[in-house]
Design a protein around this ligand. Structure first.
Ligand SMILES: [Fe+2]
Length: 316
C-alpha cells in the first residue's frame, strides 16, 4: 500500500473496467488471481456513502488508499436477529489496512465530504452460501427476474462513472512515482466536459511538457452554442410542467417520475424542445434566454449524465 506503482497498476486495470461502462454495485473485481481465485477490487466511496451492514464469511483484506473511511462492526448474534447496535468503530485513514479472518458483520462508511478509495483482496469463498444454503448476513440472494431497465438508473451510472474517473485523477495527481500520463489521457478520452477539464488541469500541473505535445488533451471540449446535445439514454420519457411559477423538465418511468431540471417559467420553451427532440444544437434552444443560459442548461444536463455533448464537426 506504500507503493504508488502497485496502486497505479490497480487503477490501470480498474479504469479498463470503467471504459467498458461496467459500473456494477458492490466490488466488481478488476483482477482474479489465477489458480487461487482471489478477487482484487477497488472501492469508490462517495461522501457519506456506506455499504450497509453485511457479513464476510471468509477472509478479506481492505486498505484505504485515498482520503479516509470508518468501519463499524456489529455483534453477529444481534445481526442474525436483524438488530445492528454498533459494537466498535475503527477509523481508517489513508494507508490503514485491516483484515477480517473470522466471520464478521461490518459496515465501512466514508465520513468525509470528499470521495475515498479503497483496495480489497477477497477470498474466493467469501459471499458463498454455507452447507445449509444460507447466505452471509446482508447479502441478498441473486434475483432471477431481470431488473426492469431504467433509463434514469443508467444516467445515474453514467454520472457515477465520471465521479470514479475524477477520484482516479485525484489519486494520480498525488503519486510521486509511476508513469501516470497515459492513464490521464485515457480518462480524458472517456470523460465528460467536467472530467476532461480536471484531467487537463492535472496534466498541466504534473506534465506540462507532455500536455503541450498531446493532441488529445489540447482539444477544446467546452460546451458552446455550436455543440450538439443528444440524450444519452434511449427510452427517457420526458414532459414539461409548471409548478410554483417555475417550469420543470420531468422524466417519467413505470415506478414514478423525477424532476431533472427546474428553471424560471420564461425559459419553458427551451425545456419543451428538450422534451421533444432527441438531438439539437445548444444555440437552437428557443425562448428569451441568453447564450450563456443555453450553455448552462446543457452543462447541467450533461454533468448529471442525461445528455452527451459533441462538437458537430466530430460527428459523421
Ligand atoms: Fe465488507
Amino acid at each position: 500500500m506504500q507503493s504508488d506503482e502497485f496502486l497505479l497498476d490497480c487503477l490501470k486495470r480498474d479504469i479498463t473496467r470503467l471504459e467498458k461502462h461496467d459500473v456494477r454495485p458492490g466490488l466488481p473485481p478488476f483482477f482474479i488471481v489465477p489458480d487461487f481465485g482471489i478477487r482484487m477490487a477497488l472501492g469508490y466511496w462517495a461522501p457519506d456513502q456506506d455499504a450497509r451492514p453485511h457479513e464476510h464469511n471468509a477472509w478479506t483484506v481492505t486498505a484505504v488508499c485515498h482520503n479516509e473511511l470508518e468501519v463499524f462492526t456489529y455483534d453477529r448474534e444481534e445481526a442474525l436477529a436483524g438488530r445492528f447496535p454498533v459494537k466498535n468503530r475503527y477509523p481508517a485513514p489513508t494507508g490503514k489496512a485491516g483484515y477480517i479472518y473470522d466471520p464478521c458483520v461490518h459496515n465501512p462508511h466514508n465520513p468525509t465530504g470528499s470521495w475515498s478509495l479503497s483496495v480489497h483482496l477477497i477470498s474466493p469463498f467469501d459471499g458463498t452460501p454455507d452447507a445449509n444454503g444460507t447466505l452471509p448476513i446482508g447479502l441478498l440472494p441473486p434475483s432471477n427476474a431481470p431488473a426492469e431497465p431504467s433509463a434514469l438508473a443508467a444516467c445515474a451510472r453514467a454520472r457515477r462513472r465520471q465521479s470514479m474517473y475524477r477520484l482516479a485523477l485525484e489519486v494520480l495527481g498525488r503519486m510521486r512515482e509511476g508513469e501516470t500520463f497515459p492513464l490521464v489521457e485515457r480518462i480524458f478520452a472517456n470523460g465528460n466536459v467536467g472530467t476532461k477539464r480536471l484531467a487537463r488541469e492535472m496534466a498541466s500541473l504534473r506534465h506540462g511538457d507532455r500536455l503541450r505535445r498531446s493532441d488529445l488533451l489540447r482539444q477544446d471540449t467546452e460546451i458552446s452554442g455550436q455543440s450538439r446535445a443528444r440524450w444519452g439514454q434511449q427510452g427517457l420519457r420526458r414532459l414539461v410542467r409548471s409548478r410554483d411559477g417555475r417550469a420543470e423538465l420531468v422524466v417519467t418511468e413505470s415506478w414514478g417520475e423525477r424532476v431533472i431540471l427546474r428553471v424560471s417559467s420564461w425559459a419553458r420553451p427551451a425545456l419543451e424542445v428538450l422534451a421533444r427532440e432527441e438531438e439539437l444544437l445548444v444555440r437552437d434552444l428557443p425562448g428569451p434566454i441568453t447564450d450563456h443560459e443555453r450553455i448552462s442548461i446543457a452543462a447541467a444536463l450533461e454533468e448529471h449524465g442525461f445528455i452527451t455533448v459533441n462538437d458537430p464537426l466530430t460527428l459523421a
